[in-house]
Design a protein around this ligand. Structure first.
Ligand code: DGY
Length: 329
């Protein structure tokens, strides 16, 4: 019997591609070419499954051009690159990579918060540029983390990890806002209190965004929300581009309406709003919150395991939808 045909849409660890080759007829992309949607569709025309990385859009147009496609295994916990409704209607399974990246991503969120509040990259640039000729009492004075109020918007697994780090590690008072309130046990474990978004924005010294991107969460933070924040506050986005109105944020940073921001994700990435590149009080990183070798390996392995389990008839391990009838009937 012929093996299912799988496309690995971006370069991933070669040994994990080899593992897939033990189960499937694999077309890989070792040169990491960024295919246009049309090129991706052409490659998927004869494929039964695809391993995506979050930068390939899977929508009705692509699904129509890929009649054999049964599963899209995303190597990411976020799956806003999937049109889940179109996939479900077409009988196509989607999977993601939850849990394996939670602690690594929470670590990074905290690192970005520390770097932003304590002006680490801004001061490093100053030093590297040879501008450090004397010490002064207020040189790169930032804001404290310990003992301050941390506001977490989006209290899923990663948000909870950040809350725990803040409360237990740094003695922060933690407030959170989420679509639904956590159980009393979970609130106690995270030492976090539920508040409205407005109350959180008004009171938090540091606001961390960890919400999934949907039409409803588009521009969760825009000019109106930034206006509610303290002028001394920092804003951290490790969620998705589009959760923050980057143009409005650049204005708020330039005008000192908030103190600083740390951004790992951007609207339209890998493009970055040009105004963000010219304001000093923002720390910018290229979507690397889950980027440690063990975690990226775990994500790639979980995506591969989803494909293997699915075609092995055992069902996907971490599904994001439940198509009533798969394309196999
Ligand atoms: C995720 O897993 O969603 C990260 O943002 C990497 O894409």
């Amino acid at each position: 019997m012929s093996q299912p045909r799988i496309l690995v849409a971006r370069a991933i660890f070669p040994d994990i591609v080899d593992r897939l080759r033990e189960h499937f007829d694999v077309e890989a992309n070792p040169d990491d070419v960024i295919w246009t949607p049309q090129e991706l569709a052409a490659r998927l025309a004869d494929k039964d499954g695809v391993l995506t990385t979050g930068s390939q859009r899977i929508d009705a147009t692509l699904l129509a051009a890929a009649p054999r496609l049964q599963i899209c295994a995303n190597m990411a916990v976020g799956y806003n690159n999937f049109d889940v409704q179109a996939m479900t209607a077409a009988g196509v399974q989607g999977t993601n990579t939850p849990d394996v990246l939670t602690e690594t991503t929470a670590d990074f969120g905290f690192a970005l918060l520390m770097a932003t509040a304590r002006r680490m990259t801004e001061s490093e640039h100053y030093l590297r540029a040879g501008q450090w000729t004397k010490w002064s009492y207020d040189m790169f004075a930032g804001s404290d983390i310990h003992g301050s109020t941390l506001g977490v918007i989006g209290m899923g697994r990663i948000g909870q990890g950040i809350a725990r780090r803040g409360a237990h590690g740094f003695g922060m008072k933690v407030v959170y806002h989420n679509r639904s309130r956590l159980s009393a046990e979970m609130e106690a474990e995270c030492k976090a209190s539920y508040v409205s978004k407005e109350e959180l924005l008004r009171n938090a010294d540091h606001v961390v965004l960890v919400v999934p991107y949907t039409a409803a969460s588009h521009h969760t933070i825009g000019a109106a929300e930034l206006a509610l924040m303290k002028p001394t506050a920092t804003l951290i986005n490790i969620a998705r581009g589009g959760i923050v109105d980057d143009a409005a944020l650049a204005v708020a940073l330039r005008e000192g309406r908030i103190a600083a921001a740390g951004l790992d994700v951007f609207e339209g990435e890998p493009s970055v709003h040009p105004d963000l590149l010219t304001v000093p009080n923002v720390v910018l990183t290229p979507h690397i919150a889950s980027a440690t070798v063990p975690t990226r390996r775990a994500m790639a392995n979980l995506a591969a395991d989803n494909l293997i389990a699915f075609f092995g008839g055992r069902g996907p391990l971490t599904p994001v939808n439940t198509p009533a009838v798969g394309r196999r009937g």
